[in-house]
Design a protein around this ligand. Structure first.
Ligand SMILES: [Zn+2]
Length: 205
């Protein structure tokens, strides 16, 4: 797995490779940055952990450049199409996507096959209404629901402490080896179980 730290609030863009196929998680790095790792391999999809611009800004470029599809929560459309909800206006980049023909919007939870990748997915929430987790092999991608030793902001549009608590309970029961957060370093399940239980206690008070 490759990890690119983007220039958009240092968000992570992850690049997974299997059998000459590439799956990208989040779109904060430019298509040119991603291209270095893609080479002549086929990009089978781009997964968005949520609709904030620092994780989604370059998704249209990836779709065009790599002739691929994007996958996101059904609740992401609202964020992607309004700069005040995806916060791109804070960085002077007004992102108001209108064309969703190459998007697959995921409802509920389940498992999908994208190329040779098996992706387990589920809706989260708390940081935004569009939060999702994706589990691929032993990696669990959680976007900004958990960031390193802490949790993501709950005070942005669609954020909620009650939803965050529900998300933490879901993640406490998840099986994985490495948690990949929307910003910062990847962390082990052992380390993250402690973080999650601390915040479950904190938010339950
Ligand atoms: Zn975010």
């Amino acid at each position: 797995m490759q990890q690119i730290v983007s220039s958009l609030y240092e968000s992570n863009t992850f690049i997974l490779e299997k059998n000459n196929e590439i799956l990208i998680i989040d779109a904060g790095a430019t298509a040119d940055e991603v291209k270095k790792y893609v080479g002549d391999k086929k990009v089978v999809g781009v997964l968005l952990t949520h609709g904030h611009f620092d994780h989604a800004y370059y998704v249209s470029d990836y779709i065009k450049e790599f002739k691929t599809k994007a996958y996101a929560s059904e609740f992401a459309k609202e964020y992607l199409s309004e700069h005040k909800k995806n916060y791109s206006n804070d960085a002077g980049l007004n992102m108001d996507l209108k064309d969703f023909k190459d998007f697959v919007f995921l409802k509920g939870s389940g498992e999908i096959q994208i190329g040779d990748f098996i992706v387990e997915y589920g809706q989260l929430g708390g940081h935004s209404k569009s939060d999702m987790f994706f589990k691929i092999d032993n990696f669990l991608f959680v976007g900004d629901v958990i960031i390193g030793r802490g949790i993501g902001r709950v005070d942005l549009y669609g954020g909620s402490k009650a939803e965050m608590l529900k998300s933490l309970k879901i993640l406490a029961n998840a099986q994985y080896e490495t948690m990949c957060c929307g910003h910062g370093e990847n962390r082990t399940k052992g380390a993250q179980d402690k973080v999650i239980s601390t915040y479950i206690k904190f938010l339950s008070r």
